[in-house]
Design a protein around this ligand. Structure first.
Ligand SMILES: Cc1cc2nc3c(=O)[nH]c(=O)nc-3n(C[C@H](O)[C@H](O)[C@H](O)COP(=O)(O)OP(=O)(O)OC[C@H]3O[C@@H](n4cnc5c(N)ncnc54)[C@H](O)[C@@H]3O)c2cc1C
Length: 422
């Protein structure tokens, strides 16, 4: 059945996920061991779904941080529309309800011959399968003048946590009349609409508290995700406040001057009161270090099992994976994690194989009561992943439709984080 509306699509995807979860997996004699690297959206989901559906598998989740802060909805925090605490989630339920062995440490190495995962503390964890979901790393060498130390002055705020708080503090202490310069990255990167959602919500904050301030987006690209929806919203909500300059206009971003807080393009240098540089991206550092990434910087995977095409026995999911048409989003990481969990369970316990159902569903805020959404299903085709069906919001939607999407988004956040962290 082909879904005609977003609501129908949601029902369809929910039913499919439940159907896939239905039967419990077959028991085997000895417990197989799966180690999951990274307790973000992808890692937490694969750990939870393995533990919940395959009781004969012993699941260990390794994550350095005691709490996870979601990037999604962090733009609402930047605009003063949500508390930082409301974005923060612990691992207690995964440990207590699902029996996952949660270890707060970093994975330093994987030995595929001895079949052990080595932690920074020196501990070694034996495994039968490993799932790696380390998120993204930044290509600092691609932007002259910008490195990890510079993020303490000019934050990227593209991993939620202290960086997000720093950017919020800078926006709060900025004088009215200043320019907020946002450098948007080249494709592919984490969450394609998010830089423009950030510009929209910061404009919403400025409109109320610093009405003479402006936003300048210096883009590494010539077009961006949902551009028509954003341009329409900027005209309706924030006329004259947001200026977007594509690479073909500026000649591209050439350097960042941290001391001057300015961004140099091929044609001009732009001085900022507050700057937010979102650097070019690649798969998380750990994936690079152990040879899971190819020359593209991302990790090639089998589109059904998410097993690495470079390192057999190791699965890669979430933003780090090179997954065809699938964008790098939390919903995608969660969806891939479920497909990966079922594939791992099948390989270790001989349980029934489920066809992988891959989805993305995303809400984007243009203003607090104006949100757009999309819902896309994907399928493995000829060694990669292609879009099968899609629903995307349109420019001419009514104000009531947009208000409803904004309300639904709040519910989505609660349901989604519950699905991931228990
Ligand atoms: C501003 C913004 C808004 C967004 N909005 C949305 C949205 O509305 N909807 C949506 O679906 N997506 C959204 N996203 C995207 C979403 O946040 C990411 O796609 C998602 O977090 C990817 O999940 P992941 O598991 O791949 O990586 P992450 O969630 O980043 O998790 C990676 C984890 O791995 C851990 N790790 C790294 N290395 C190691 C190691 N060596 N050992 C152990 N652990 C390690 C890290 O500590 C981290 O916790 C947004 C992103 C941004 C930046």
């Amino acid at each position: 059945m082909k879904p005609r509306t977003r609501r129908e699509f949601g029902c369809l995807t929910g039913a499919m996920a439940l159907a896939a979860l239905g039967p419990r997996l077959a028991a085997s004699e000895a417990k197989a061991r799966v180690v999951v690297v990274g307790g973000g959206i992808g890692g937490a989901t694969v750990a939870k779904y393995l533990a919940a559906t395959a009781p004969t598998i012993e699941v260990t989740l390794v994550e350095p941080k005691p709490h996870y802060t979601t990037c999604f909805f962090s733009n609402l925090y930047l605009a003063g529309l949500r508390s930082f605490e409301s974005l923060t989630h612990g691992y207690e339920t995964l440990a207590q309800r699902y029996g996952i062995n949660v270890i707060h440490d970093s994975v330093a190495a994987i030995d595929p011959v001895a079949k052990t995962v080595g932690l920074k503390s020196g501990q070694k964890l034996p495994y039968d399968r490993v799932a790696v979901a380390p998120g993204i790393a930044f290509k600092y060498d691609a932007l002259a003048g910008y490195d990890e130390a510079a993020t303490q002055v000019i934050p990227h705020a593209w991993n939620a946590g202290p960086q997000t708080k720093l950017l919020r503090q800078q926006l709060e202490s900025m004088e009215d009349g200043g320019v907020f310069v946002l450098v948007a990255p080249p494709n592919p990167f984490r969450c394609p609409p998010a830089p423009y959602e950030r510009a929209s919500l910061v404009a919403c904050y400025f409109k109320q508290y610093k009405p003479h301030s402006r936003i300048l987006i210096l883009d590494a690209k010539d077009s961006f995700n949902s551009q028509d929806l954003f341009l329409d919203a900027w005209e309706r909500h924030y006329r004259g406040m947001i200026e977007w300059l594509p690479a073909q206009f500026t000649g591209g971003i050439k350097a960042i001057d941290v001391r001057e807080r300015s961004v140099k393009t091929a044609s001009e240098t732009f001085k900022a009161a507050v700057a937010n540089v979102i650097p070019p991206q690649m798969a998380g550092q750990f994936a690079q270090q152990i040879g899971l990434a190819d020359q593209s910087g991302w990790c090639p995977i089998d589109p059904v099992t998410f097993e690495s095409k470079l390192q057999p026995g190791i699965h890669v999911l979430g933003d780090a994976a090179s997954a065809g048409d699938m964008p790098k989003s939390a919903f995608v990481a969660n969806s891939q994690a479920k497909a990966c969990a079922f594939a791992i369970a099948e390989s270790l316990t001989g349980s029934a194989r489920f066809a992988s159902h891959l989805f993305n569903s995303c809400y984007t805020f243009l203003a607090p009561d104006d949100a757009v959404s999309n819902a896309i299903s994907f399928e493995p085709v000829a060694g990669t992943i292609k879009i099968a069906h899609s629903f995307v919001s349109q420019v001419q939607e009514s104000a009531e439709t947009r208000r409803r999407a904004a309300r639904e988004a709040q519910g989505w956040y609660d349901t989604f984080t519950h699905d991931t962290f228990g």
